[in-house]
Design a protein around this ligand. Sequence first.
Ligand SMILES: [Zn+2]
Length: 276
Amino acid sequence: MSIAGGVPRAIERALSVDATALQIFVKNNNQWRAKPFADGEPEAFRQAVSDADLGEALIAHASYLINVASPDEALWNKSIEALAVELRRCAELGVPGLVLHPGSHVGQGVEAGLERAAAGLDRALEQAEGPTRILLEITAGQGSNLGCSFEQLAGILDQVAVRDGYGICFDTCHALAAGYEFRDAESYAETFDALDRAVGLDSIAAFHLNDSKMPLGSRRDRHEHIGKGELGLEPFRLLLNDPRFEQVPMVLETPKNKDLEDDRVNLATLRGLIAS
Ligand SMILES: [Zn+2]
């Protein structure tokens, strides 16, 4: 949800569509610079979160510029610094998890990239010194993007110093694009068994519920309205009725207009799938 006009506005917007979970950016996501919060802004946000009872279901998404796997020393350092700043802003706002794309290896190769990412992530967590966890998101695997397989996510988590500082964010669109089938009960069970073996299902701290414009294994990241893309409704029905994920925040990253009507429609579609 947009934070235009100040972070507390995101809560108003969330309530206006009857959301019970929320993802925000904690700064402009396409700039390195982070404008300091206005006086009282974090306090007002935390109060609004508490009034709306959204505290347990609140996550943030890190800037797309950050590449903690970068082989370029200057960009790597800049990424670590920017990630630490975002983690500190999350802590100020009381946001427990910051979703991050694990980065791109840019020609170093996957193994070197995973090692580089783990080292960079640890440095950012150490600099931030706060309670906010980094939630590594499964990616569609475009270009040299890391994190497009459960094994790659495990490859990072197995190398970090403080495992408790990390979790996983499962994006349904990315998973399909990365080649994971979960559109019927059998493939759903297999895919989540594989995820369990790789990182443990208790690592999953957030879901991004998006349909996909692109087919299975396309490695292309194009979000679509719920039920209108390659995923259809069934995988969402399976997820929403899976008791293992009952307490895990699930948010939309589907296209939307300014009036947020698209959010209302997508939420209604998803809620309609929940067995009473
Ligand atoms: Zn996502």
